[in-house]
Write a protein that binds this ligand. Structure first.
Ligand code: NAD
Length: 297
């Protein structure tokens, strides 16, 4: 296929490289020229650059994938004066893999439909490691027939490709899951810190939790207490992994969406405030399991 790709950052660049490896020709755009240059060089003639999002459409692409920081960037890339939807997008497939709030995703999807484009929201989980390895999970919202048609393309960047329902539902799945992850990480951190402060060995306590009713992903796969598990951020000074500021962003999306839906999320709101405090203290760059620092000496 001839593909457009916009947003060649930590996630977008490795995703675009996997598409290149799979044999697609790309036309790319990013506001940071060095990100564009790196991919054009790697493409050896198979990657072209465009000057604006709209110009990508001029190069006759079948589909465009966007991987941008937040809703404001997505809206400017799609709805701006030289945005994607200012060009002729009839029958072009538009896939937004950025993590944004479901309402914005639906707004952009409606605008795309009014220009006869076909749109999917397809946020991912799996981090930069998953983007590099092509093992991301895609949570996809939009029309089911279009999902089935585009699944093989998404499989070139990911392993689990899950249909979540109509437009915006990919983002719904993503924010609901990550809200639970933030809450369960804080809960695991509290419980581990309590047990150790009352005299238990951290590994023994984690073993009990992980064979009892308190078990969850944060306790058995990503335990925040240092030394309990090898090869997780808590055993390497909370470097790498999923940054606390990214968790804060996702908790903000969940609480904002909840507000609009008039849906109570008391623990999600508290988790958002706890990560906000942690970020204000200068810890936003640490993996999100570092939240245990609030409860330990
Ligand atoms: P990033 O900041 O590294 O990359 C974003 C890219 O978009 C940058 O290259 C930036 O220059 C470009 N950009 C910004 N505004 C633009 C515009 N108007 N036009 C064109 N390009 C523009 O971010 P990332 O880590 O790649 O994350 C991208 C998205 O994926 C975010 O929504 C994030 O929440 C989500 N996500 C990230 C991770 C992760 O581990 N990094 C995991 C899952 C989901």
């Amino acid at each position: 296929m001839k593909l457009g790709f916009i947003g060649l950052g930590n996630m977008g660049a490795p995703m675009a490289r996997n598409l290149l490896k799979a044999g697609h020709d790309l036309t790319v755009f990013d506001v940071v020229q060095s990100n564009v240059d790196a991919l054009v060089k790697l493409g050896n003639g198979r990657v072209k650059s465009a000057n604006t999002p709209a110009a990508i459409l001029g190069s006759g692409v079948d589909a465009v994938i966007t991987m941008l920081p937040a809703a404001q960037h997505v809206k400017s890339v799609y709805l701006g004066s030289d945005g994607i939807l200012s060009a002729n997008v009839k029958d072009v497939v538009l896939i937004d893999s950025s993590t944004i709030d479901p309402m914005s995703a639906r707004e952009v999807s409606q605008a795309a439909a009014s220009k006869d484009a076909l749109m999917l929201d397809a946020p991912v989980s799996g981090g930069t490691g998953g983007a590099e390895a092509g093992t991301l999970t895609f949570m996809v919202g939009g029309e089911e027939g279009l999902f089935n048609r585009m699944k093989p393309l998404l499989q070139e960047m990911g392993k689990n490709i899950v249909y979540c329902g109509g437009a915006g539902n990919g983002q719904v799945a993503k924010v609901a899951n990550n809200m639970l992850l933030g809450i369960s990480m804080i809960g695991t951190a509290e419980a581990m810190a309590l047990g150790v402060s009352l005299g238990m060995d951290a590994k023994v306590l984690a073993g009990i939790i992980n064979t009892s009713s308190g078990r969850c992903w944060s306790s058995d796969t990503y335990n925040p207490y240092p030394g309990v598990l090898d090869n997780v951020p808590s055993s390497r000074g909370y470097s790498g992994g999923f940054g606390s500021d990214l968790m804060l962003k996702d908790l903000g999306l969940a609480t904002e969406a909840a507000k609009l839906a008039k849906q109570p999320v008391p623990l999600g709101s508290l988790a958002q405030q706890i990560y906000q405090t942690f970020s204000l203290q200068g810890n936003g760059g640490l993996d999100f399991s570092a939240i245990i620092k609030l409860f330990t000496k």
